[in-house]
Write a protein that binds this ligand. Sequence first.
Ligand code: TXA
Ligand code: MG
Length: 341
Amino acid sequence: METKCYKASDLDDLIKLNELKTLLIEGKLVVFPTETVYGLGGNALNKDSSKAIYEAKGRPSDNPLIVHIARKEDVKLYARIISEDAAKLMDAFWPGPITFIFDKTDIVPKETTGGLDTVALRMPNHPIAQKLILFTGVPIAAPSANISGRPSSTQFKHVYEDFNGRVDAVIDGGESLIGLESTVIDVTDKPVILRPGAITKSMIEKVLSYTIHDLSGQKPTEKVKSPGMKYTHYKPKGDVVLLHGEIDKVKAFIDQSSANLDKTAIICPNEYTNTFIGYRTRPIGEANNSKSIAKNIFSALRDMDEWDMDKIFIYYNETDEVSYAVMNRLIKASGYQIVSL
Ligand code: TXA
Ligand code: MG
């Protein structure tokens, strides 16, 4: 399949915008940028298009897709009941990096929701995403634009690597501003967080004026509410071990691991690269700047494959709520190989 590449300015050209619209309306796939990560988009109301998304991504078909909209008033087309709390949260955070789970209406096909009676809705805050959805006139189902199991794409080169030849079009929107996927919150009942993100638990609680639960810490063997929780995620090809605790102990642990230096890398905050002299390091930002780390983490994980590393140590300590969301991704990337030191 030939994949057409579009750049951001192409969306100002009506002819090109129409080409993209036609592709989506016909059930074809278009990768587009959002403020969180890139999305692998298709017409959410077309079950064949959703099937094509699963196929292109190599994703198990029981892992539901997020449906992206461009206008708040469209929620009622796809959500059966909108609680008062959900309305408050949408007002506070949309457009933006938060996804709400609602009971779905009949027009949303089960192929889009992985067979569930609920639907995940998000209104992204990215001009290209908004323009594409609004102009196309249909909601766009889009999982993160990565081959299933790989780190999400936060740069156009990741998208190209995974999807050139597998989708009909890709739009280059540069680097993702946030770099972590949206917060997912189930609002079918009392709100619960299913995936942490840049919109944090305390930001949500401030709007609701009460405390809510976060179920994202569940281990994959437990009964899962969000089907995405049970699959391998974000994994480079090499073996990943996540280390946290005191730097001296971490250094000693790595030194004792008798790793093959040519094939070993350490992902860590900038200030620790000096500690790991002799090892290949991949800095991810200042330790206390969780937003910058969030932005870098998926590309660091992807670099491990580009560098062809067999053994990857990640040194990271949680510092705040965004950092907690980063940690959530790192735990998965390590396949739950975590050492506290
Ligand atoms: O930031 C994002 O959310 C990005 C961009 C493209 O919008 N999308 C994204 O999609 O991360 P994906 O498919 O990679 O992750 C969606 C998560 C999965 O863990 C999935 O299981 C969960 O949301 N999810 C989707 N629909 C759900 C539903 N009806 N009930 C529970 N969880 C749901
Ligand atoms: Mg994903």
